[in-house]
Ligand binder design. Structure first.
Ligand code: GLY
Ligand code: MN
Ligand code: MN
Length: 491
């Protein structure tokens, strides 16, 4: 028997929760009888897990939280995972926890919040993770609530979460009231959880919150051992995804760039969490559109395929790799000429990645090589230094030569200029080196044979104590090696 939809104003959070469940029950399940409701309350086994080992990165997340604590003594710090976003009606986009939350906890649960509480009279914080606990089976939440475990799957109990994450865990539904009551300075990472922001609205300032965001961006500039291993894992899975793509180029020619995107996505989902950014499968002149993610164009023999993609691991570290492949298996003369120039520029860029080098050095080294080629080919009048000074090469080089890489594809994006682009490289930093040349199909300033050709080569380079290591080196880079590799895979 369906109950009346109540419109009473709830007075307590418990009443509000019960009323919400009742309303959902009436809206979604008008046929629920009291007998069924009672029946669903019991007869369930105790599935609590005992003696769980901490996650692999627990010691690293503790060290990351300690660094954060030391930077903001005496202040309450609130770092949310974020909420589900509606795609349409009652379906949502796939959830991806905020980078800051995952970095500090190793957890990826939607609606989770990490809070660092300053301990009175002591120079430290106590960290607590706030999560949704197991579903209550007695009040129907388990099966009548949209986030009930019957619908979305079993969650960890708070006790299990504590064992896994090495952090005390509390019910996230208590957090808004706790934050509302709390006194003293607070900072929040904005942009992830509107509910938390509303609860803190009159306690935080945009400037102080930004300082927290900047700190967490800069903290990630140098990767710890766990992060380096994750980035290597991401690059290795990505290399296998590139091989998958080469093997299906004939099928892509019969369909579209989407076949390539979909093939790589399969690898990303099987070996990792997702792709780390929108895959660029740019065939022919689409290679000259830097953010070509529509991927709905034809794939034609004789053209190049610029393929820029990265697997994101289950711990949310992504690779960012580009190869430009001759779809038919062999470069034409003009394609090879342009490709080899980009390769030479990338070599110069990679050689400039070493501890103590200025961050901008690798960009300058690659741009110089590309500019020398453009002058040599008669596309722009030299001397090279004049072209570089005026930036005239940028009509064809278009973008910077790389960026930091990590949990975000453009990692550490909130870092200050003085700690990132104006700083020097240190062991543990990881960056992409990705020069390119792009001749738009309608560029009347270059001979016709160049038009519609775009080439980029992108690798993920770790700064080491004595130089660098190319994490994506299993994928071939020279034009001859690319051709041999493709022939081997297509056999
Ligand atoms: N795929 C984005 C980039 O290369 O920066
Ligand atoms: Mn890329
Ligand atoms: Mn990149």
């Amino acid at each position: 028997m369906a109950e009346e939809l109540t419109t009473d104003t709830p007075e307590t959070p418990e009443q509000s929760e019960e009323q919400a469940i009742k309303q959902r029950k009436n809206g979604l399940y008008p046929g629920v009888s009291d007998e069924l409701a009672e029946n669903m309350q019991s007869g369930w086994a105790d599935t609590e897990l005992h003696g769980l080992e901490p996650i692999a990165q627990a010691a690293h997340t503790a060290a990351r939280r300690a660094a954060l604590s030391a930077r903001f003594p005496g202040q309450r710090l609130v770092i949310p995972a974020g909420n589900l976003k509606t795609r349409s009606n009652d379906t949502e986009y796939a959830f991806r926890a905020s980078t800051e939350y995952a970095y500090l906890t190793g957890d990826q649960t939607q609606d989770g919040v990490l809070v660092l509480e300053p301990v009175a009279g002591e120079d430290r914080h106590e960290a607590t993770i706030y999560l949704l606990p197991r579903s209550n089976r007695e009040n129907g939440e388990f099966w009548l609530d949209g986030q009930g475990e019957l619908w979305v799957g079993r969650r960890h109990s708070l006790t299990e979460a504590e064992q896994l994450l090495g952090l005390p865990a509390k019910d996230v539904r208590e957090l808004p009231a706790h934050l509302a009551e709390a006194t003293g300075p607070v900072r929040n990472v904005r942009g992830h959880d509107a509910g938390i922001e509303a609860a803190l609205a009159d306690k935080v300032t945009a400037e102080q919150d930004e300082e927290l965001r900047v700190f967490l961006s800069e903290a990630r500039l140098v990767k710890d051992a766990f992060e380096v291993a994750e980035l290597q894992k991401a690059c290795d899975a990505t290399a296998r995804g590139f091989e998958d793509v080469v093997k299906v180029l004939d099928k892509a020619q019969a369909t579209s760039e989407r076949y390539i995107e979909g093939t790589f996505f399969l690898r990303a989902r099987v070996e990792g969490n997702d792709v780390g950014y929108g895959t660029i499968a740019a065939s022919g002149p689409h290679a000259c559109t830097l953010h070509w993610v529509r991927n709905d164009g034809p794939v034609r023999a004789g053209d190049l395929l610029l393929f820029d993609a990265g697997v994101e691991t289950n711990e949310l570290y992504t690779a960012d790799v580009t190869r430009t492949l001759p779809i038919s298996g062999a470069f034409t003369d003009i394609q090879r000429k342009i490709y080899d120039a980009v390769y030479e520029a990338q070599e110069a860029g990679i050689a400039a990645v070493k501890p103590g080098a200025h961050y901008r050095d690798f960009h300058d080294a690659a741009q110089r090589v590309l500019t020398e080629k453009l002058v040599e080919w008669g596309l722009v009048e030299g001397p090279v230094d004049r072209v570089l000074e005026l930036g005239l090469q940028r009509r064809w080089t278009l973008h910077g030569t790389g960026h930091m890489l990590g949990m975000d594809v453009h990692d550490c994006a909130a870092a200050r200029t003085e700690t990132y682009v104006d700083a020097t490289l240190e062991p543990g930093m990881c960056l992409t080196v990705e020069p390119g040349l792009y001749f738009q199909a309608d560029d009347l300033t270059v001979p016709e044979e160049y038009r519609g050709i775009g080439v980029r080569i992108e690798d993920d380079i770790l700064v080491t104590a004595d130089g660098n290591r190319n994490l994506s080196e299993t994928l071939p880079r020279t034009s001859a090696d690319v051709e041999a590799w493709m022939a081997g895979l297509q056999g």
